[in-house]
Design a protein around this ligand. Structure first.
Ligand SMILES: *Cc1c(COP(=O)(O)O)cnc(C)c1O
Length: 395
């Protein structure tokens, strides 16, 4: 049982994991589970990857923390690497996805004020998820998450996702828009992807209007969709790029990358953090990126994601109750025609760790080291659970 001294913020599953290895987890009773969640898109290298364990242990033995008042060579190396793989110019390191988005919002606002815009507005999307701090909560498109925390931070205009005309209309009516903040593949929003023509149109519109295009890849980034970043499938580059989840393989790190004018906004004193980008987390992130390259995990995510999607389509073919199977790489969703939160517990009993978002979308975020055989195992376990669930639960 979880301690009564924990604040009541999570309705936890009745399981605790004692150890993990690769894509497998063992609970405190010794039962084994296939991990199709990876700590919510965090543990891309799986559990206890020997190279990561060694790098973290060695760095901990040298130096864990110094502060951003001094140079941090590990942070420098990570910044160089992230810019090389993303096409961005520079990085601010923080500790979470919400903080990475806070940094993006502050860049947009300061950039606006530097251009003489006193009341800057940022366009955000329906069903978006950007975090739970006050500003990112206001940017998030979930009334459930926002309710009770009013007054919300102002300065956001919400539009439907995948609708360029809606954004053009806002542009006609407000002269104060300075940026668009959006996910390319919405995670919490139900594994909903942006169309390529929408993204390219958005990029062109932002260029014309001198708006910053801020792409939140906290969940979809770091190889999850088969490229380093999901925007790379559309051939665009953002101006601001918040990252977190998969970057440090579970050692908490966030990053906000910027390019062009957005990269020139901050001066000393504008933004900061005590922990961000310290030696330990920087080594964890650098090692994560290095192992991903050595083991070809981008290609692997694309390949195994294909195996899982094809397998699920086959196994669930013609099954009433399954509305859609979608996603990219190892960021996948199975939408049912009814709320399916109870399915998570059933999957757990069957030895599979998964998640449900938007009440009726089963979300799959396996580690990027998943093998095709593990993909097939996932299909077998999940399709069995879905069939049982649909037979038992009324629509
Ligand atoms: C998880 C998530 C966040 C928030 O990250 P935290 O580390 O939980 O603060 C922001 N944006 C997206 C797209 C996410 O998936």
């Amino acid at each position: 049982m979880a301690s009564p001294h924990l604040m009541n913020t999570y309705k936890k599953l009745p399981v605790a994991f004692a150890r993990g290895e690769g894509a497998w987890l063992w609970d405190t009773e010794g039962k084994r589970y296939l991990d199709a969640l990876a700590g919510i898109a965090v543990s891309g290298l799986g559990h206890a990857h020997p190279k990561l364990v060694k790098a973290i242990a060695e760095q901990a033995g040298r130096i864990i923390h110094t502060s951003n008042l001094v140079e941090i060579p590990e942070q420098d190396a990570l910044a160089d690497k992230l810019c090389a793989i993303s096409g961005m110019d520079n990085v601010f390191f923080c500790n979470s996805g919400a903080e990475a988005n806070e940094c993006a919002i502050k860049i947009a606002r300061l950039h606006a004020h530097q251009r003489g815009i006193q009341n800057p507005q940022i366009i955000v999307m329906e069903r978006a998820w950007h975090g739970r701090t006050l500003a990112t909560l206001a940017a998030t498109g979930s009334r459930k998450a926002q309710a009770g925390f009013e007054p919300l931070v102002t300065g956001f205009i919400r539009v439907p996702y995948n609708d360029l005309d809606a954004i053009r209309q806002v542009a006609e009516h407000s002269g104060n828009v300075v940026a668009v903040l959006a996910e390319v593949l919405q995670g919490e929003g139900g594994i909903t992807g942006a169309r390529v023509d929408y993204l390219q149109g958005l990029r062109a519109l932002c260029d014309t209007r001198q708006w910053l295009l801020m792409i939140d890849e906290v969940q979809s980034g770091i190889g999850r969709t088969g490229k380093w970043f999901c925007y790379q499938h559309a051939g665009i580059v953002p101006d601001v790029l918040p990252l977190a989840k998969g970057l440090g393989s579970g050692v908490p790190i966030g990053a906000c990358l910027a390019r062009g004018v957005a990269a020139q906004v901050f001066k000393p004193g504008n933004h900061g953090t005590t922990f961000g980008g310290g030696p330990l987390v920087s080594v964890a992130a650098l090692t994560t990126l290095q192992v991903m390259e050595e083991e070809g995990l981008l290609d692997n995510a694309a390949k195994v994601g294909g195996v899982i999607q094809a397998g699920l389509r086959d196994a669930l073919k013609g099954l009433a109750g399954v509305k859609d199977i979608r996603g990219q790489g190892l960021m996948l969703g199975v939408e049912l025609d009814r709320p399916c939160g109870d399915l998570v517990g059933m999957a757990l009993a069957a030895g599979l760790l998964t998640n449900v978002t938007q009440d009726n979308v089963i979300r799959l975020l396996p580690p990027l080291i998943f093998t095709p055989a593990q993909g097939e195992k996932l299909v077998e376990l999940l399709s069995g659970v879905i069939k049982t669930f649909l037979a038992e639960a009324k629509a």
